[in-house]
Design a protein around this ligand. Structure first.
Ligand code: ZN
Length: 348
């Protein structure tokens, strides 16, 4: 009898945060790749682009002009997906046709006045400026009575649907708690009620003991590839202390978050020596006025690239119809990322 082993045999892994499962097929990672491997197009952008609607001093489609901002800048999205003025109400035609009105506020956060930078190329102090602005926006939005959840996120790269390369992120805040945080809320609450500790406190402690999925850490945060990662180089940043939201971090901790955000994204850029596309975002407790002692601050990174600067993973076929699937194991991806230089390839 051959004994089952994670690195060799097809298996499904449980996502303890969401309750979902993913399929891992490590034997397929050994098959030869006969597709194209294209060289990355080096992106050369000017520090200021007169056509960019996020650069300082430029006119946006709303007719407003951006101020000549020296560090970060935020404004209400000119094409907001959610609006403050939507009337309450809904549509309810029996059990099968249900809709609810949704109100919210959507903001754009410029990370830097420089059109040509990205997070991994910014100084840690500059990234801390972004985190300080996230904190301010979170605090302000959480005081709005109809806002019950605040989603801070970043879409980087055209491959991930980002319409403008100027370094920026977004905040969509809403009346309802969205699907992914809702799933995590249920799982985290159940774990906390059973064990009296947050799920991610125990998860992080065990991951640090095992070590094989850890990417890097500092005094206050750990970056790792989660056991249940679906995307080839999916990662998480988890705070060492169980914080319900970003406001729980003092200046030193915010600087540590900036530090690990940079370290992880430098690893990403160095992997294929390209500005690595991803969607990233923070999951934190809802802002509906209730207490959420089970919520543990973390940030997800979902990058689409698979094996080169242009070969991406698609979530299609079996993954849309059945279960998400990966070939290369999370442990192998972590090993690969850990082996890279810690200095950005453009500064080496
Ligand atoms: Zn999450």
């Amino acid at each position: 009898m051959i004994e089952f082993s994670l690195p060799d045999h097809p298996h499904r892994r449980f996502n303890a945060l969401t309750g979902d499962w993913i399929l891992v097929s490590p034997h397929r990672a050994k098959r030869p790749w006969q597709g194209q491997v294209e060289k990355a197009q080096q992106d050369t952008r000017p520090p200021y682009d007169p056509e960019c609607y996020l650069c300082p001093g430029n006119k946006r489609s709303s007719g407003d002009f951006n101020p000549d901002y020296p560090a970060t800048y935020s404004f209400v999205n000119d094409f907001s997906a959610l609006m403050e003025t939507t009337p309450d109400g809904g549509y309810n035609d029996g059990e099968l046709f249900i809709a609810e009105s949704e109100r919210g506020i959507c903001k754009v956060i410029c990370f830097s006045p420089r059109h040509d930078l990205t997070v991994p190329q910014m100084e840690v102090e500059q990234i801390k400026g972004v985190i300080d602005l996230w904190k301010k926006e979170f605090e302000d939005l959480s005081k709005v009575d109809f806002i019950n959840y605040i989603q801070i996120f970043e879409n980087k790269g055209a491959m991930n649907g980002c319409s403008n390369p100027h370094p920026h992120g977004q905040i969509w805040s809403s009346m309802s708690i969205p699907v992914e945080p809702s799933k995590e809320n249920v799982r985290q609450q159940a774990y906390f009620e059973k064990h009296g500790k947050t799920l991610l406190t125990d998860y992080l402690e065990k991951e640090l003991q095992k070590g094989d999925r850890i990417l890097c850490q500092n005094d206050h945060f750990v970056a790792l590839i989660p056991f249940w990662a679906t995307w080839p180089f999916e990662a998480m940043i988890i705070s060492k202390k169980a914080a319900q939201n970003i406001l729980a971090f003092n200046d030193e901790e915010s600087l540590a978050l900036a530090d690990i955000y940079k370290k992880l994204t430098v690893m990403y850029d160095n992997l294929f020596e390209v500005s690595f596309p991803y969607s990233a975002g923070i999951h934190q407790a809802p802002t509906d006025g209730k207490d959420y002692p089970w919520w543990h601050f973390h940030m997800h990174f979902y990058p689409p690239l698979l094996r080169s600067a242009t070969i991406r993973k698609f979530m299609v076929g079996y993954e849309q119809l059945a279960t998400p699937q990966r070939d290369v194991t999370p442990e192998t991806s972590a090993q690969l990322l850990r082996s890279l230089p810690t200095v950005h390839y453009k500064q080496q």
